[in-house]
Design a protein around this ligand. Sequence first.
Ligand code: ATP
Length: 464
Amino acid sequence: MYGLPELLQHSNAFLCRFRCSPVAATYLAFDDTDSPEGMCTTYLAVLMLKELREYDLIGLPRLVRLNPNVPWKTRGNAAVCLPLGRGVGTSDYCGEIDGIAVQSYRRGTPADPKEVLAVAEAVLEREAEFDCDKTNPGIVCTNRRPSPRMYWRAVRGIVSLSEAETLLDECGAQWRKYKNGRGIIGASSSISWRPRDRTWEVIAYRQEHRIGTRREIDPLSVVEMDRNTVNTFNNYDYETEHVAIAPSSPCPVLFGIRGDSLDELLSARKMIRGEAPSSWLAFLSNQGTDDHVVDARIGGLSAGFSARVRACVTQPPRTIKGGHVILRVSDGREIDAAFYEPSGSLRDIARQLIPGDRIIAHGAVRDDPRSLNVEKLRIVHLAELRQKTHNPYCPECSKRMGSMGAGKGYRCKICGGHTSESAAVTKVVPRTVACRWYEPPVASRRHLYMPVRRMPGDDINKLL
Ligand code: ATP
């Protein structure tokens, strides 16, 4: 198992041995086009498809989330990649734009990246939120994809602009960068994604005149959809009674439903009552896969990464100002595992842990204060919890001894003999938590967070 610094070194070495793989599509990708006030990278995909009608989709549009800890993201660090070309054979219905069906072909032949880019860059230049300081668009088009190792670095660590440019040059890619050009990092990383695990999201978009106004979605229809579908996830937060399929920003998205079955998502979309969308599109995605999480030792943790650590609780939990819960844990080296207020009921679980309990914690590493911001928790072993029932009997006189004060042990009033604190008579108290996964409420999960219902089996040995 690698610590994070070793992991980075290894991935750098992988990048040096980078190879491009030939593909049967032209990959168009873009990133960093939106601002907190508007737009959405996935909506730009809709606008691009409108103007790239002479090309077919070869496979689904891809919505790829990258390292959720990068400091310069505006929202969910998403990039979008469209595989385009001339479709051959069977096609599937994967969206509707202004009343016209969108099809995606299972096979096809690539197009000319220069020609595709010429159309696409004009759309980006017209639609991107250039006025926002944090918006630094990038657009890439290529028939040869960067190695998947680029994706793994971008979803778990940091990729520099020059690295991305070198990789794109090696692929003979066409690209255009704007302002500081950082957008090409996400764009090229989304092209390099080859799913090891994948989910889908069907996103519905608002009619132009409604964008920025309050979304009209019937919450009851979301609950009904959640209860009547098997493979969707993160639809409704029952803890906070929050509709989780709709964003809160003034962006063009009406709602997005995520799940493990595209067929089911296509039906789930129709179950939502409320304002009529203008268009919708299905995306293949790395959301809900935990791709960002690496196994790590506490001593190897560095800020900006998401890690999975196996550790033992060493001190009782402390609740600090703001209701956050801090748990000191160790795997030989110690760190504070922090359960912040948004983790809701997960804090109640943390409060019930005691020294000796063993856990697996997933979380983002913070430097100041140095801590692991826990996003998901598995209890692996529960220590025995004992409660004192009465003072010990004197081993000489068999009479009940008296306490000499908290932590000071016991003294026999008859013979004057002493015993330690641990001689007290205790009973085992049943634990109020179990050996299983615990997770935060839906509303506070990150896009890449794998819901426990998607976790592979419950075979703990797989994770140890
Ligand atoms: P969205 O709103 O679409 O969910 P966002 O607005 O939060 O995403 P972006 O606009 O995509 O985030 O901005 C993130 C920026 O960080 C982009 O320029 C992207 O290229 C860059 N980036 C993403 N991942 C990495 C990484 N691992 N290393 C370096 N730069 C990255």
